[in-house]
Design a protein around this ligand. Structure first.
Ligand code: ADP
Ligand code: MG
Length: 701
């Protein structure tokens, strides 16, 4: 039997949250800190010593021996450098020390994190600076307890070297512009507008013993080879299926650890592909959601190992079955509790909602290539455009009701909202229910889902900071343009109506309610002039265009140097990842697969010789040997091509040139090698094949 959990004792028990702050900080300090956290006022450094002392005593009572500044460099994962609280005393003993200055600022050697050219290796200074808007927490495991202080990470010269800083800056930008707009609608009470995010996280689980036998999984997180098993996801029997006990035990353990960290893990279920699952927390302010999502990914991996499992966060660990994404649910609300994307019962009368809705539509249409980039990494290139995932074209699903309203506005005839109807189920014992105003659309990359937008394109393994700072910034820019225009208007209502009509006309091309996975949509999207960028690499140049830089600089989110740095890091990351995949493929084929195939071919050849020696029929063996030889030769050729391509790729110094080379030459060469190898797998005795197969990996738990 599993132990009983007392949720109220467990939840947030490892977080220095508001309740703990209120209890442990002097009232004056608590109030000052709250003003900084809630109202965005500048932090008074004089309170740092008091806060540090309170955090330290709380952490030490809970068993902490070390503290770390916890930050999010441009690698997309988190970083930490641990320091003990220890301070030796003259009498040979030690006291536990943690001063305000250690809370506020750290100085890790920043030179080995990607800086995109902002820092040369010899210029090593980088700073981590306390982000008090995100609460400190304790990481607890078999090795002990560590106090983690969320921080931002910047260079000696002041540029952001991380993912968190632009996110925080973008929250300030959208706050400023959204407040201008709500004021125009007569809201005088709201003092802050904050974006909320709820990221649904998909993942795969495989058995650790099998994982260890696959170099591709170990080095790259995905399978580079593998023939399809007889059964994949055709029967749809895994989606929402009964969760197996081993997986359920893992999920329970994971939930408990996340709850301790104040992460509201709420929903869990089996996903479409075999061995695929999902976890969704309850939404939170976008900076907290971003921190939490990093922890969710970290703990998913960590807890899996305790259960003899490995958690794969790669976007496409297995070809032929669904890959993993992260659905970024996004909305904006005021501190008076108004969700600005809530249409209400009669959206046609809710002009403020319609204006915010159109700000998002305009933002998405004008910045589609950058949103495509923000959602991407090399792994997501396998997913986008493949049949299970949103295509690489960015479009917005609004649903019948809102699309109808926009049509009415455009035609100058706004009069009604399509109402809700009752569902007729034909079963008298079940309660009568109202239908939602709109159905869902599972194929749209950017879908309006009732009172929020769901950006469904985001890669499963990346930090959600970038997609969110992009959305926040572009919506801030749209709102800014709206406010500029409306603030000047003599007749607000007339100006508003004109603005709505014009914005619909200009941006309705991005709205699409049909099947986003169909071939017809690709053709239609091309006619509408919507970009269809097949690879992350194709989207990078948009980041450094003057147009993009101007928007980021205008809203104080990124400087030109910071934009260029991020573009460079993306190119470099792409080239390095494909390089590692290609080298892994070369090793697996030359050291594991070809030797096994050759040995097997020799066995068949020996059998052929023996059969012939006694005058028996060896035609079946000869036919098989012939097929194996054909594929072995093809594999050998492909291996040589790939080896040459990788050598060439490694010699290219320019980041952009190198990324395009790995995309256009190395990646196809790797796929060309996969084809004969997967063929060979279907011909070879399974006892001889040198690694676990898709069947083993997907159906072993
Ligand atoms: P689905 O059925 O698509 O899984 P859910 O209603 O379960 O959608 O929500 C998925 C995620 O969206 C959850 O993380 C949830 O907390 C989050 N979410 C719900 N409402 C909002 C909102 N207003 N803003 C941002 N995220 C939200
Ligand atoms: Mg969803």
């Amino acid at each position: 039997m599993s132990e009983r959990i007392v949720m109220s004792d467990l939840y947030g028990s490892n977080v220095f949250n508001d309740a703990v702050m209120c209890e442990r900080l002097p009232k004056r300090v608590y109030k000052e800190l709250k003003r900084t956290i809630e109202k965005g006022e500048e932090l008074n450094p004089e309170i740092a010593d008091v806060v540090a002392e309170a955090i330290k005593s709380w952490a030490i009572e809970k068993g902490a021996t070390h503290y770390t500044h916890w930050f999010q460099p441009m690698t997309g994962i988190t970083a930490e450098k641990h320091d003990a609280f220890i301070a030796p005393t003259e009498d040979g003993k030690a006291i536990m020390e943690f001063a305000g200055k250690e809370l506020i600022k750290g100085e890790p050697d920043g030179s080995s994190f990607p800086s995109g050219g902002i820092r040369a290796t010899f210029e090593a200074r980088g700073y981590t600076i306390w982000d008090c808007t995100s609460p400190a927490f304790l990481k607890e495991d078999a090795s002990g307890v560590t106090l983690c202080i969320p921080t931002i990470f910047c260079a000696y010269t002041g540029e952001a070297l991380d993912k968190k800083t632009p996110l925080l800056r973008s929250m300030e930008a959208i706050n400023k512009q959204a407040l201008r707009v709500v004021r125009l609608f007569g809201d005088t009470t709201a003092t802050k507008v904050t974006p909320s995010v709820g990221p649904e996280q998909e993942y795969f689980l495989v058995d650790k013993k099998l994982f260890d036998q696959r170099k591709d999984l170990v080095f790259t997180g995905r399978t580079l080879f593998g023939a399809m098993p007889p059964k994949g996801q055709e029967l749809d029997d895994h989606y929402f299926g009964t969760i197996k006990e081993r997986v359920a035990c893992y999920m329970n353990d994971l939930n408990k650890e996340l709850w301790k960290l104040g992460i509201s893990a709420k929903t869990q279920h089996n996903e479409v592909a075999p061995a695929q699952h999902e976890l969704a927390p309850i939404y939170d302010d976008s900076n907290i959601a971003a921190d939490h999502n990093q922890l969710v990914m970290e703990y998913m991996k960590k807890i899996a190992l305790r259960h003899g499992l490995v958690c794969l966060l790669h976007e496409k660990p297995f070809a032929g079955v669904n890959g993993s994404g992260k659905h970024n649910n996004w909305s904006i609300s005021t501190d008076t509790g108004v969700n600005l994307l809530e249409p209400g019962k009669e959206p046609h009368k809710n002009k403020q909602f319609l204006l915010f809705l159109l700000a998002v539509i305009k933002a998405v249409d004008e910045n589609a290539p950058l949103l495509r980039l923000a959602a991407s990494n090399p792994g997501n290139d396998h997913r986008l455009g493949a049949n299970e995932a949103p295509p690489a074209i960015i479009s917005i699903f609004l649903g019948e009701q809102l699309e109808d309203i926009l049509e009415q506005i455009e035609s100058g005839n706004l009069s009604s909202s399509k109402g809700t109807t009752q569902m007729s189920l034909g079963v008298s014992t079940v309660p009568k229910l109202n239908k939602d105003a709109t159905d869902r659309n599972r194929t749209s990359p950017f879908a309006f889902t009732g009172n929020k937008f769901e950006f469904r394109m985001v890669a499963s393994s990346i930090s959600i900071s970038c997609p969110n700072y992009m959305i926040n910034t572009f919506v801030a820019e749209a709102l800014c343009q709206f406010a500029d225009e409306l603030e000047k208007a003599d007749d607000f209502d007339k100006a508003l109506d004109e603005l709505l009509v014009r914005t619909i006309k200009e941006h309705k091309r991005v709205i699409f309610n049909g099947d986003g996975y169909s071939k017809e949509w690709e053709e239609e999207a091309e006619r509408r002039g919507l970009p269809n960028l097949k690879s992350v690499v194709d989207a990078v140049p948009y980041f450094t265009e003057p147009r993009a830089v101007k928007i980021f600089e205008k809203h104080g989110v990124l400087t030109e140097i910071e934009c260029n740095a991020r573009a460079e890091v993306t190119y470099e990351d792409y080239a390095k990842k494909i390089d590692i995949e290609a080298k892994t493929a070369i090793q697996m084929v030359s050291k594991e697969i070809m030797p096994a195939v050759m040995k097997y071919a020799k066995e068949i050849a020996d059998t052929v010789a023996s059969l012939k020696a006694v005058g028996a029929d060896a035609s079946v063996e000869e036919e098989l040997l012939g097929k194996i030889t054909v594929n072995l030769k093809a594999a050998n050729e492909a291996l040589k091509n790939l080896t040459v391509a990788v050598e060439k790729g490694d010699s290219i110094k320019d980041f952009a040139e190198s990324a395009f080379f790995f995309k256009d030459v190395v990646f196809p060469a790797m796929n060309a090698l996969r084809t004969p190898i997967d063929e060979l797998e279907t011909m070879i005795d399974e006892k001889v094949w040198p690694m676990p197969t898709y069947g083993d990996l997907l159906f072993s738990i």
